[in-house]
Design a protein around this ligand. Sequence first.
Ligand code: NAD
Ligand code: ZN
Ligand code: ZN
Length: 395
Amino acid sequence: MAQVVGDSIIKDMKALTYEGPYRVAVREKPPPRIEHPQDGIVRVTAAAICGSDLHLLHGLVPDTRVGFTFGHEFTGIIEELGPRARGVKKGDRVVLPFQIFCGGCYFCTRGLTSCCENTNPATDAGTGIYGYSHTMGGYDGGQAEYVRVPFIGVDAEKIPDDVEDLDALPVSDAFSTGYQAAEMCNLRGGETVLVLGCGPVGLFAMWSAWAMGAGRVIAVDHIDYRLEFARSWLGVETLHLKKLDLITTVKGMTEGRGADATVEAVGCEAAGSLMHRALGIYAKLEAGSPEAINLAIHATRKGGTVALVGAYGPPMNGVDIGTFMNKAQTMRTGQTSVKRYMRHLLEHVRAGRIRPQEVFTHRMPLEDAPRGYHTFAQKRDRCIKVALLPAPTLH
Ligand SMILES: NC(=O)c1ccc[n+]([C@@H]2O[C@H](COP(=O)([O-])OP(=O)(O)OC[C@H]3O[C@@H](n4cnc5c(N)ncnc54)[C@H](O)[C@@H]3O)[C@@H](O)[C@H]2O)c1
Ligand SMILES: [Zn+2]
Ligand SMILES: [Zn+2]
């Protein structure tokens, strides 16, 4: 099959697809088409694998269909535009927020683009997300050579000429999410911020907490190389989850009180409970474990804030809501409303304050994406984050 896109004739394209729990493959698929007047077609130049993709890989997200293309963090070049797409032009180099939003509804006009009413109206739980199952709208993702971008004129952010694709790529998700998490901590200066999870989201939350005036940043994980990366990249203190009692240790570091704010950047696959894992994968009763939420509640001081940005799906049992209530804490959470942070974060990159691409310990052709998934999922080879690079052209 062939299709005309711009001045080019494209045959089938390569895409990373779901093949069942723990299995992904690179398949030939028909290229996307303009389906709506405000759509665009983007030729992907780089796509990242996110911790959220692992929940898909592990079969934890309902209605993930075989053959579906993953990928919600990507940069690319605009190849084709629908007749009503405004504000962008063919040839623009862009980065896309991971969620799809209309720009005009009740929530979008209030900056809460992660809650857009129009791109996934079948559920109350969030907006459409690229490559994130039919639960999140069934939009094919960007771990492919081409992707359809709805509302492209509203959603796309142009990448400044002096910013490289791989520095812009994390702005689509991990960097914005870490930044939003730190913002949720409502820092005034000098606070102790605990960050659970030294994956990309946690790392960007640590950077952002420093940028917003934290006095002390303490990072937690159970993987040595990730703790080392956090220490050397960001100068944070680190605690190994399995080598000490976390709650007692954090209280000991904070005059017995706990952290002023804790960022939970782990999500439903927290190390902890095999029972919860089995309930998720086999019974689809519970997508994961509440381990990290409970650590956050217990390690945060009374009156403190928990910024919960790790991802959760269906209802979760065993959350220690009583302790949360009695400690008079605040919890802030949500999918990130990425668009409102993009320009600001790209300015930080331009100013040389951070080189986001340093998290891409692994860069590989799209064809090698299954290897990238398994390396990232199993935290092998000191992997922090994977960038997939489609071939420069198909023509
Ligand atoms: N809210 C949003 O909009 C949003 C956006 C992007 C990602 N996420 C979510 O953020 C989370 C992190 O994403 P990532 O890309 O950094 O993933 P990642 O898998 O690279 O990182 C998670 C880290 O948590 C560590 N960990 C596991 N159990 C832990 C525990 N009990 N305590 C402390 N650390 C523990 C893991 O070892 C790992 O290093 C995921 O749940 C992802 O779905 C949310
Ligand atoms: Zn993501
Ligand atoms: Zn909207």
